[in-house]
Design a protein around this ligand. Sequence first.
Ligand code: GAR
Length: 209
Amino acid sequence: KARVAVLISGTGSNMAALLYASRREDCPYEIVLVASNNPEAPGLNLAAAEGVAIWSHSHKGLTRLAFDELLDEALHDHDVEFVALAGYMRLLSPDFVESWGGRTLNIHPSLLPKYKGLHTHQAALAAGDTVAGCSVHEVTAELDAGPVLAQAEVAILPGDTPETLAARVLIAEHQLYAPTLAAFVGRDRSPDYLVAKVRKVAIAMPDAE
Ligand code: GAR
């Protein structure tokens, strides 16, 4: 199975969704490490309780590059092949992205390219959108701008607040991430993959259930 590290900064509910999905016999990846820039991240305790190796180090007082070098070392120590960002609230250095590019995914709580960065739900409500959602995309040097592999749409309801909408989008995130990661680690990573397979990944979702 492909060896995946999940990077978190907080709750880690997407990490948990990836982990529980990985226990299916036919899942092509396994979570070999949960790493965090926040030693207090609640998700670390969950991962440890589930028997997954954890690594954490505060980024405070370190340059971005110095922190990412420590992270990179931890990933190599665990023979990691792919990285899944899941609520990892820290920009990655260009060096890290260069090393792990093509092997790193992120989940973002909007229908990219709309609403990159933070406060996505607030932005969708303020714009009067009727549909929100989440995207899984490849990580590149530019924030939330890498090729999108899969998206799930979520209706915006009258009376939604950023919090109620976030909670509903999170449910969709939990369903979207694992099958997308599974498709990603199993694919032939030739340069024309993205153009050829983006639609296929999205269309394959219902079958994966
Ligand atoms: C998720 O909604 C994720 O999409 C978002 O943070 C939340 C983490 O929740 N990520 C970002 O905003 C990245 N910029 P979780 O820790 O329970 O998975």
